[in-house]
Design a protein around this ligand. Sequence first.
Ligand SMILES: *Cc1c(COP(=O)(O)O)cnc(C)c1O
Length: 462
Amino acid sequence: MASEFRKLPGVDSLLTEAPLKCLGEEMPREVLVAAVRRYLEGLRQAIAGGKTCPPAPRIAAVVAAEVTALLRPGLRPVINASGVIIHTNLGRVTLSDETVAAMHQARGYSNLEFDLESGRRGSRHTHVEKLLCWLTGAEAAMVVNNNAGAVLLSLAAIARRKEVIVSRGQAVQIGGGFRIPDVMRQSGAKLVEVGTTNCTYLADYAAAITPRTAAILRVHSSNFRVTGFTRETSLTEMIELGRAHEVPVIDDLGSGCLLDTTRFGLDAEPRFQDSVAAGAAMVCASGDKLLGGPQAGLIVGQKNYVDKLRKHPLARAVRVDKITLAGLAMTLTHYLRGEAEVKIPVWRMIAAPLDEIERRAGRWAEALGWMASIIPGETMVGGGSLPGGTLPTRLVVVRGEDQKPGLALALSRWLRRREVPVVGRINEEVLLLDPRTVLPEDDDVIIGVLGTATQTYPDFRA
Ligand SMILES: *Cc1c(COP(=O)(O)O)cnc(C)c1O
């Protein structure tokens, strides 16, 4: 063992090994010295545990690879061929080119909180408020960091130390870490659950109203469906009841839809403008679901409530940044111009005609050659909107020569490890790739990747 320790190279000599010497031209020597020292420390422990000492060039290569990996941003673009349009794990949605340009332009100084007329302090909420009010019909609007923040702020500002009535079927968990009972507790409001998981009647709400009731909360069941014998009280009924008792209704819409989803053969997703017209005091939704913009929480509603929210101390903790505001404003103008379906990627994907998808699937399959075939399938809208909502699509299916089990897994792993990773979905030991969730302008990239896949078949080691 002692002799293994003696084989350990010195820091200086390691730094003269080619890979580290090369890196030394790009970055300060101290960084490499620190990296080498850390590695040698670990190696000493390994040797004490009975391992042998690797040769110096090997050590230098490993340390250089570690440092190089640090220089490469962990967050990388991937191609979403999974067939889930709003894919939370892949960053939910793609932004329009105009949105990205606006965000780029917002990188410098701006009149974020500066009134150019008076030269005095302004409010960051004014920049998108008019647009949001115009599109939704609301009196007032504000934007925060995300929808979880929007709901938390609404509850904290309106209902702290008071009661909020929620249907038992809506006291739910949405995605990772957003649970209505937990958010309620954090806001300081007391959750009063009414009805049952599948049925909640207006009378259940009415019976729960007390002088301590601060709000009725409706939560859109955006990621699950209760089927069979169900009964939910409509938003309009809740609002009428609330009005009679001067209790505001907060509507957590989830996906923040502005368009009519039934035009695309989907279920009717509740829209901002419908909730506002029904008379909800506050309507909360995400900016990065069906709205198709950057991550944000949108709150629209009655001015007296929105004013209260803006003044609440939590508003600062969940405030939105300038880059997001610029992007969101641009995404919203696509709706105003009536061009959402041709500009906003989520809607482009939803609106894409089947024959175009079929043609693109043909090109993808051609790149894969004999491994691929095309079958009819379904794209999921996904990500906290339209539970179970699907659109017809054409899927590229990859099967091995003899339908080798494990081939799909090996190929999907290989695809994930490309320079631009491609994420598909595995179903019953075949790999499925859906062109509907890929923008046509990315076809050349994916076709390039698929084209090289046939060359590495069947082990996909490269
Ligand atoms: C998605 C969703 C949320 C959470 O929104 P984030 O923007 O992810 O914070 C809350 N409520 C509902 C109903 C949702 O669908």
